[in-house]
Design a protein around this ligand. Sequence first.
Ligand code: SF4
Length: 286
Amino acid sequence: MEIVIGKTAGFCFGVENAVKKTSKLLDENNSMFCLGELVHNKQVTKELENKGLNIVEDIEQANKNIIIRAHGAEKQTYINAKNIGLNVIDLTCPKVLKIHQIAEEYINKGYYIFLIGNKKHPEIIGTISYCGNNSYIIENEEDIKKALQDLYSSNIKKVVVLSQTTFSIDKFNKMIRVINEELKNKNIELEIKRTICDATRLRQEETKEISSNVEMMIIIGGKHSSNTNKLYEIAKSNCKNSILIETSKELDLEQMKKYKKIGIMASASTPKKSIESVVEILNKLC
Ligand code: SF4
């Protein structure tokens, strides 16, 4: 059996930074508070909770300090935290902060903002709070129509498109084609900012490449993680024997024995340990 492991599999620099800094803080303090899961991975979350991390859904539940995770938070959260005297430890990834900056810059220049992403994802909930009133979240083609209606009724003649850092590149490109087509001959200036981060892009490209050349593809990552699910969707579209697992315990060894070439990829929030344990099991099967 041949095993192909994605070179980009595992933590991106934003997640690595957030996990390392939180772990260090927990070594120095008895307990810390984090607004929502630090990263979308149960194994990482459990490990940090065992070290004393308290995950809270509201900053009011925190005591003395609050960690803002890699995918950021709403603008108001920082104000509220300050008002109740919390020490904010901001671990928002620079790639996400950059999108917040672009949003504010384009509001000041009088643009309408189309924000492409998953409406319920914490990063989008955070980013839209930097986009002002003249903005719309686009998750699917139906939303494009609604966003265009809102743009036309605002009478604004300039629109900028931003996206969630972990959005699917293929879906983003498809949406851009539709928006371009709709705005043709409308006398509205369109500016596209490709804010899907490199970590996401490289993992999606590599998943596409590996899954097109193997008999079975294993994606490792949190089942509630946006970037993991995107990788799984890509893998499935190229390799029908694709599976999504969180840990090696979910592997069906009998099923895997049937294949001569298996690919492995892991999302940006999957720890090295989870990847190594899958590789170890496959090596034993070889
Ligand atoms: S996926 Fe991209 S934006 Fe998110 S933490 Fe990693 S590098 Fe930063």
